[in-house]
Structures are given as C-alpha cells and as structure tokens.
Design a protein around this ligand. Structure first.
Ligand code: SF4
Ligand code: SF4
Length: 70
C-alpha cells in the first residue's frame, strides 16, 4: 500500500475513476477497492479522487457499467 502512495503522478496524466448517475448503489465497487476510495454519496456511490490509484478493479465489478476512467 505504501508503494501506491509513493506513486505521485501529475494531475494532467492522472485522472481518478468516476461513477455516473447510472449507479444503483449496490455497493459492489466499494467492497473491492484496495484504497477504500469509494463511499456512499447522496445519489450514487462516489470515488475520492485523492485516494483512487486508477487500478480499475471497481470498473470491472460494477453490474451497470456506471464506472469509467476519468
Ligand atoms: S480505480 Fe481502483 S483505487 Fe480507484 S476507486 Fe476504483 S478500485 Fe478504488
Ligand atoms: S458497483 Fe456500480 S452500481 Fe454498484 S455501487 Fe458501485 S458504481 Fe454503483
């Protein structure tokens, strides 16, 4: 995990994953995120861009394809 934090990338080349309004709040993505970057928001689950390391695990887990690379 420390290795991930050491990977500081420039803002222009690193965009966190994002969750669209298609999210049904099933919670699947949050349970697989190794960074605990995903939490329940008011309308959808939301990804904390400061924690996300762009691993893509959540994208493959979402049953409604609400997650995409930013
Ligand atoms: S891309 Fe990886 S680190 Fe970012 S929110 Fe998804 S599972 Fe978490
Ligand atoms: S897996 Fe998809 S539908 Fe489920 S909470 Fe995450 S973004 Fe929403």
């Amino acid at each position: 995990v420390a290795a991930f934090s050491a990977l500081k990338r420039g803002k222009e080349e690193f965009m966190a994953y994002q969750i669209s309004e298609k999210c049904t709040k099933c919670g699947a993505c949050a349970s697989v995120c190794p960074q605990e970057a995903i939490a329940e928001g008011p309308k959808t689950y939301v990804i904390d861009a400061d924690k996300c390391v762009d691993c893509g695990l959540c994208e493959g887990e979402c049953p409604v394809e609400a997650i995409s690379a930013g």
